[in-house]
Design a protein around this ligand. Structure first.
Ligand SMILES: Nc1ncnc2c1ncn2[C@@H]1O[C@H](COP(=O)(O)OP(=O)(O)OP(=O)(O)O)[C@@H](O)[C@H]1O
Length: 369
């Protein structure tokens, strides 16, 4: 500790840093960082303040914002020449619907659903999963869209197959850093189409339970579109932590999104919020912004169901092209404004899951192999 420092004792330094962190505001923080007990370690050594934060949800973007906003003030207050920032994670495992036991290796399951087909649910699920990983989490994605498994194509892994190290379980396909499994790896599209409801639900439960998921903070579940029996069965039987409803701003999609929210409420799955996809079209020639499917509907829907509008994703040709060639925008254009929006969405989803949920203390996920 530098005795010349205005920070004085280690306690005074800690109080100084904690006070500054307490004033930091961010869309992901319902309570401030000090209340969250995020300040893990503070020390002043040879003119450098070492600050380590530990967060219970994925927060890389929030951390960058914190450094930019609070760094100069902390240098001034402490009289240090530099700050050595560190962020570590102890991602919380949160209570699942009906207190169900978890899936081996998986802390939290986030269901991505839509009341209606074709609104961009899978596109959102894939980019969200990659954005959660970019935000610092270990992430997997399970393609539960039995009638149109598109995740393998979107991740560029459609020619891969899960292997089975023990003849019973499946090792997931790893693609762009995500652990993934899909009915699309196992059957041809034609076979999947003729599956009846109970068979489809059973196959999905098996896919979820018999995959050797590595340790994951979040498993994104790309649900089949709609609010029928299969969706209801899945929502009831999968130990989901929270659900997202993807919609477009069109009235017809919003009506179905409403049904999605009601379905989750019925089976007591917490709805984390709504994602509005294709909210504004951006012309690839002139950059003109146009709300071709209307505006304001998702916001109103969120308000009337007392939930959050977590993000508004643009409609742009490059998003579709990136998915078609198996290189989703979040990985192929990490510095684009689209990626920025997905990362903001991921940050809010991770935070909402945490603030809305109840921590299961010290749960150890045993791996049964
Ligand atoms: N924001 C967007 N901008 C441009 N294209 C998009 C966007 N969102 C989705 N798409 C494209 O729209 C098509 C449908 O998207 P996607 O497959 O994600 O929808 P879905 O709701 O999952 O459909 P399904 O109901 O069949 O599961 C895809 O070709 C996708 O690339």
């Amino acid at each position: 500790m530098n005795s010349q420092s205005p920070a004085g004792s280690p306690e005074a330094l800690r109080a100084m840093v904690a006070g500054t962190l307490a004033n930091f505001q961010h869309p992901t923080l319902k309570h401030n960082l000090t209340a969250l007990k995020a300040l893990h370690h503070v020390a002043l050594l040879d003119g450098t303040v070492h600050i380590e934060l530990q967060m219970p949800f994925a927060w890389n973007s929030g951390f960058e914002a914190l450094k930019a906003e609070c760094g100069p003030e902390l240098l001034r207050l402490t009289g240090a020449q530099a700050i050595d920032w560190k962020l570590s994670y102890s991602i919380a495992t949160l209570k699942r619907v009906k207190n169900q036991a978890g899936i081996n290796g998986v802390k939290n399951i986030i269901a991505v659903s839509s009341g209606k087909g074709g609104v961009g649910k899978s596109s959102t699920a894939v980019n969200l999963a990659l954005a959660l990983a970019a935000e610092g989490a270990k992430v997997g994605i399970l393609d539960a869209d039995i009638y149109g498994p598109s995740i393998p194509t979107m991740l560029g892994s459609e020619h891969e197959r899960p292997t089975s190290p023990d003849g019973t379980h499946m090792a997931p396909v790893i693609s762009h850093g995500l652990a993934t499994n899909s009915i699309g790896y196992l059957v041809t599209d034609d076979n999947a189409m003729v599956w009846r409801g109970p068979m489809a639900s059973k196959a999905l439960m098996q896919l979820l339970q018999e995959t050797l998921w590595p340790d994951l903070d979040y498993l994104v579940l790309d649900m089949p579109p709609g609010t029928g029996d299969i969706q209801l069965t899945l929502a009831q039987n999968i130990p989901v932590t929270g659900a997202l409803v993807v919609t477009t701003p069109q009235d017809i999609a919003l009506i179905d999104a409403k049904k999605g929210i009601v379905m989750f409420e019925k089976v007591e799955v917490p709805v984390l919020g709504i994602v509005e996809n294709m909210s504004i079209h951006i012309c690839s020639n002139c950059g003109h912004h146009e709300p071709i499917f209307g505006t304001g509907g998702a916001q109103k829907l969120a308000e009337s169901y007392n939930t959050a509008l977590l993000g508004q994703m643009r409609l742009h040709i490059s998003l579709r092209e990136d998915l078609d060639r198996g290189e989703p925008t979040v990985v192929s254009r990490p510095d684009s404004e689209f990626t920025d929006l997905y990362r903001q969405l991921a940050g809010k989803v991770a935070a909402q899951l945490y603030w809305q949920g109840e921590i299961i203390p010290g749960e150890i996920a045993f791996r049964a192999v």
